[in-house]
Design a binder for this molecule. Sequence first.
Ligand code: ASP
Length: 299
Amino acid sequence: MNLLNIDQLDEDSLRRVLDRSRHWLDVNRQRERPSPGPLDGRIVLNLFYENSTRTLMSFETAAHRLGADVMSLPVAHSSVKKGETLEDTGRTLNAMRPDVLVIRHPENGAPARIADVLDCPVINAGDGTNQHPTQALLDAATLMSRFGRIEGLKIAICGDIKHSRVARSNAELLPRLGAEVRLAGPPSLMPDDVATCGSVDEAVAGADVVMMLRVQRERMEDDLGDAPGEYLERYGLTRERLRKAAPHVAVMHPGPMNRGVEIADDVADNKDRSLIWLQVEMGVAVRMACLELLAGTRD
Ligand code: ASP
């Protein structure tokens, strides 16, 4: 079993991941890690071809907490730089008999390609602009922990939708759990295949949750051409814009944040509204739940 796209998780597995995330969140707040660990003696390999802070460190932390032996390939110093193909790197790592491989890659579909040559489960930790299933799961688990439900929540996802695998995975998962998802951003950053709900202001109006997305300049061919402060003013989450949301609104961001671009400092740092650091903590719990679900399914 692999976790490449969010829609690969059936209802049972989805419920199980969300339930177990709650369990692991509580366990992780205690000092001792579980012993024996559910992944004692298992090997988890991380293969990250793109930069990462939260996802890489939380997969490492999650695997350690479960008792696994964890290794992360420093791709910049590996034979990838000598021209080795993705498939041959996959075959090489497969010969070391890992129990789970976690991959992040700039190309859409790369996790599926490597999964074809591996005998162990593969988890997609983000591929290009395509999918980031564990991010959507941690966002759902964070919402469950804040609101006790997802059913009926109005969730505005705003910003650079075009380049966001986070938006794609969330736009599949959250409606499945009963939320109303509104996608909005600058017209040049809205993909053709996605229905927009209007402007960012319209999306935020009355929303229970506003999830801001990073402007992914590294994936753009041309610069946005915005003057300093212009993006924030027109499309970003400022205190004034947030006032249009429901009074109990929660603010989310998958990180890393471009402060002063898609989100204002005082919104990001508003302790009553922001779930941003809870998202990071939940990332460890959700990835523990995913590793637990998949680790036993090696061929
Ligand atoms: N960290 C998230 C991702 O890898 C979001 C971002 O980079 O903006 O997709």
